[in-house]
Design a protein around this ligand. Structure first.
Ligand code: DQA
Length: 158
């Protein structure tokens, strides 16, 4: 099983950027923790960060046929990008949206997610721990899909 983690603009600045909102953890540290959980569970995980909308769209599209699920923090594009929303919708696979902060407690322009409605679910407001919750959620979702496929196969053979 393979999960791709996609990080949007300015998330490469974590640890430096607005620590009062996002905390002191660097993106590499968050990814190292996710990698450890993936390893423990025999799951392949790949990380991608970009400040460019089109590159994020490309990376989502590349997941088709290559990955089983996506964990994405579209960052500021959450509130603006119909292109990223359409890409998520197009690949039609489990997608968990993560936000470090609680976007509904912040400025009005952040209180709308264009992407959440096409994701399987959204986790936010728990700081970097949200990425860990997203890994656990994704493993649960993928496990359920696998179990359903196996049950279907067994029913066919019976
Ligand atoms: C964010 C919230 C967004 O509004 C913001 O633009 C970000 C980070 C979060 O993780 O809390 O860059 O997605």
């Amino acid at each position: 099983m393979k999960i791709v983690v996609i990080q949007g603009p300015n998330l490469n600045m974590l640890g430096h950027r607005e620590q009062n909102i996002y905390g002191p953890m660097k993106l590499e540290e968050i990814h190292a923790q996710m990698e450890a959980v993936a390893k423990q569970n025999n799951i392949e995980v790949e990380f991608f960060q970009s400040n460019l909308e089109g590159e994020i769209v490309d990376r989502i599209q590349e997941c088709l046929g290559d990955a089983d699920g996506i964990i994405i923090n579209p960052a500021a594009y959450t509130h603006t990008s119909i292109a990223i929303r359409d890409a998520i919708s197009a690949v039609a696979m489990p997608v968990v949206e993560v936000h470090i902060s609680n976007i509904y407690r912040r400025e009005e322009f952040r209180q709308k997610s264009l992407t959440a409605a096409v994701c399987t679910g959204q986790i936010m407001g728990f700081g970097p721990f949200g990425y860990h919750l997203a890994m656990i959620s994704m493993m649960q979702i993928l496990g359920e899909i696998q179990a359903a496929k196996q049950a279907q196969e067994a029913a066919k053979q019976a």
